[in-house]
Design a binder for this molecule. Structure first.
Ligand SMILES: [Fe+2]
Length: 284
């Protein structure tokens, strides 16, 4: 079973490259489940229901988010509209599961692929250098005790590399993949953990890299130089599509391989396989 996870789609440039590149990638890799982090898809800050549904039309099955989930008021209304509607598309847009009880929206989606494999997508958020919400580790324990599917994909939206890799080790052997988002910088630590969990600290941004994590670089430099509040706008140049492709056993949910993908608007770029765990003797 092939799972494609697209890193933080940033503003219009990110949406455009997804529209241009995703159909071919889905075909080329026979993708069974496509997930994307969309929390920065609306102008770099938040997500709207209209953009979410455009992503669904492109073949994205589930959208994860993070700390920017509340930036657009319409998304909260969208979550609330689906409270009694388990099959509403709004239920396929997640907010981090460890926001306090009573927060609008849900942090897990359980579905079935076209070929009949049950899966779950879990969205968690870190607490280091981020809002002090509930514990992502204990929230994961609670959710995993309730999920029947073997194929479980976790988006860990967090700032600190330590918190992300700790969660990867904590969930190793219990989920198919733990892949990080939020920093918008892809990391080169793509690997299979010994228990069969695919891991990468950050998948990277799908958006403009001639920028500071998606925003016009001059605006961010001024902010660092002066500390004054400033308007941030999405950058436009050097747009790249960042993703990971996880191959897993549909019966057990164990990952077999994980590959890092970065391509430009012409579909040209690089892929990198996972590193092998020497002690565990894993072979790709
Ligand atoms: Fe974020």
């Amino acid at each position: 079973m092939q799972i494609l996870f697209i890193g933080d789609i940033f503003g219009r440039p990110g949406r455009t490259i997804v529209r241009e590149q995703l159909p071919a990638l889905l075909r080329q890799h026979n993708v069974d489940l496509c997930i994307a982090n969309g929390e920065n898809a609306a102008g770099g800050f938040g997500l709207t229901p209209q953009i979410a549904e455009e992503f669904f039309d492109l073949g994205i099955d589930v959208i994860t988010t993070g700390n920017h989930v509340w930036d657009k008021r319409e998304l909260t209304d969208y979550f609330n509209s689906a409270i009694d509607e388990p099959y509403s598309p709004a239920r396929r847009v997640l907010r981090p599961a460890n926001y306090p009880a009573g927060t609008p929206g849900v942090g897990v989606h359980e579905g079935t692929t076209r070929s009949g494999t049950a899966y779950a997508v879990v969205n968690l958020q870190g607490r280091v250098f981020m809002p002090a919400i509930d514990c992502p580790f204990r929230t994961a324990d609670k959710l995993l005790s309730q999920i029947a599917a073997k194929v479980i994909f976790v988006d860990m939206h967090a700032e600190a590399t330590s918190e992300k890799i700790a969660l990867g080790w904590y969930l190793d052997g219990r989920v198919t993949a733990v892949i990080g988002t939020h920093t918008h910088i892809p990391t080169a630590d793509t690997r299979l953990l010994p228990g069969g969990t695919a891991y990468q600290t950050d998948v990277g941004m799908t958006g403009p890299y001639d920028s500071v994590i998606g925003v016009q670089k001059e605006q961010i430099m001024q902010r660092f130089l002066t500390g004054l509040p400033a308007r941030f706008e999405a950058a436009t140049n050097d747009v790249r599509f960042c993703a990971v492709l996880v191959d897993c056993d549909a019966q057990s949910g164990r990952a077999r391989s994980v590959e890092r993908i970065m391509i430009d608007g012409n579909g040209i770029g690089e892929t990198a396989g996972c590193w092998q765990m020497r002690d565990a003797g894993l072979k790709k």
